[in-house]
Ligand binder design. Structure first.
Ligand code: TYM
Length: 333
């Protein structure tokens, strides 16, 4: 039972981190267990410098990859955020609920804001209000569960705070959601820089990032060149050996084992890397094949998105109208 909502931002090609941290669980678990909505959150892609044509291309590509990963339009609702006006309508009410202090404390705002400042760009106001729009995405659907990677936990916590605060002020309006995360690989690290997460956009997306649509040989090369630790023993120790721990977590996620148990079956980094590379290649093989088929028929993807937006709108409109009444806005009559 219950309802699931989650989303992905079209700021770059989807990565192995997106897949293991979120998308795979949506496809393999959530859409079967709960009433599920998945969203390509295109408005969120406008919070940093962007190229309009690229955002458009990446939005359709993200939707195509999600279908290729196994989202079934018969079982879940897949849509694009900007096609459902309720998200921005609700975001404003939540801007009237959140404080600037709690938004300035968000880790991603601090990091991305600092990066924009260092590049001599202005920090878009929407970068600060981003988590409020994200809260609106979630609360507009009376969501119970938000399956996300570890990096989104703070945003879901804020969403909970806003829901509780709004309900206390104006009467029960929103379901208070909770974040869920995969048992392993909730934070896949960059293969070249295991101190940071594997990210899809901007300066983050270097040779340490595996994209789900990478050719098998590209995946193999990136994994074989992964930075490991200075020792030689294969041990699962996130603090002392984050590079090796990351490889073990990816392997565990692909094969269903436990990182620590897997470690004991390897006596060299080379053997571990070879197995990780093959496991990732096999994991992504069906996704790439299905993507190639779907990409040949963009009309089908557009149709799925059109129907998805209609279904999403029907749910969100009721919740958001209720919130508008609750805060004292005069009904449209
Ligand atoms: P985004 O597009 O950065 O990432 C999409 C999902 O992938 C997860 N993820 C990872 N998981 C493990 N390891 C990694 N290296 C990794 N990188 C990304 C993210 O945690 C996320 O679950 N703000 C969100 C998008 C969003 C959203 C929402 C999500 C907007 N509104 C409402 C849930 C509900 C984001 O930027 O995700």
């Amino acid at each position: 039972g219950g309802r699931t909502f989650s989303g992905v931002k079209p700021t770059g090609h989807l990565t192995l981190g997106n897949h293991l941290g979120a998308v795979r669980g949506w496809a393999e678990r959530d859409q079967y267990r709960t009433e599920s909505l998945f969203c390509v959150v295109d408005l969120h892609a406008l919070t940093v410098e962007h190229d309009p044509a690229r955002v458009r291309r990446l939005s359709r590509q993200a939707a195509t990859v999600l279908l290729a990963a196994g989202l079934d339009p018969e079982r879940c609702t897949l849509f694009v955020q900007s096609h459902v006006d309720e998200h921005t309508r609700l975001s404003y009410l939540l801007e009237c609920t959140a404080t600037d202090g709690e938004l300035r404390r968000m880790v991603q705002y601090k990091e991305k804001g600092a990066r924009a400042r260092a590049a001599g760009e202005g920090v878009r106001l929407s970068l600060l209000t981003y988590p409020v729009l994200m809260a609106a995405d979630i609360l507009a659907y009376e969501t119970d569960e938000v399956p996300v990677g570890e990096d989104q936990t703070q945003h879901v916590e804020l969403t909970r705070d806003l829901a509780v605060r709004f309900n206390q002020r104006y009467g029960h309006t929103f379901t208070v959601p909770r974040a869920t995360r995969p048992p392993v690989a909730a934070r896949v690290r960059d293969l070249q820089d295991p101190g940071s997460k594997m990210g899809k956009s901007g300066a983050e997306a270097g040779p340490g990032v595996v994209f789900v649509l990478d050719e098998p040989d590209v995946v193999r090369r990136k994994v074989m060149r992964a930075v490991t630790d200075s020792g030689t023993e294969v041990r699962y120790d996130r603090a002392a050996g984050p590079g090796v721990a990351n490889l073990l977590e990816v392997l565990a996620a692909c094969t269903g084992g436990e990182p620590a148990a897997l470690a004991s079956s390897y006596s060299s980094y080379g053997a571990l890397k070879r197995d990780v590379a093959e496991a990732v290649v096999e994991l992504l093989r069906p996704l790439r094949a299905r993507h190639a088929e779907l990409a040949a028929d963009p009309g089908h993807v557009d149709q799925v998105l059109r129907e998805g937006a209609e279904r999403a709108r029907a749910v969100a409109r009721q919740v958001v109208d209720r919130a508008y009444r609750a805060v004292g806005l005069l009904p449209r009559g």
